[in-house]
Design a protein. Structure first.
Length: 90
């Protein structure tokens, strides 16, 4: 138990409670931990994220972004959409 216990803990920016992060929302106030990379609003319901860089957001926002761009909308430099054709399926 040397430091490994704090791994994966999340601090809720709304109520200040510490959560283990097993769910995408705070156990105390139920606010979402996931914020859309494009609009920065908390995501509830369907969302999409990149397994390479971990960034994501609302399904509709991310789908629209990746219709035009291949790089992550956060500017992290990751190329999330490696497909080169325009026929993407999610």
């Amino acid at each position: 138990a040397s430091g490994g216990e704090s791994k994966g803990l999340l601090l809720c920016s709304v109520c200040g409670s510490i959560d283990k992060g097993k769910e995408p929302s705070c156990a105390e106030c139920r606010r979402s931990f996931v914020k859309c990379a494009l609009c920065r609003v908390a995501v509830r319901g369907a969302y999409m994220w990149c397994q390479g860089c971990g960034h994501g957001g609302h399904l509709s926002h991310m789908s629209s972004w990746f219709e035009r761009y291949a790089d992550c909308p956060t500017g992290c430099g990751h190329r999330c959409n490696v497909k080169t054709d325009r026929t993407m399926t999610w």
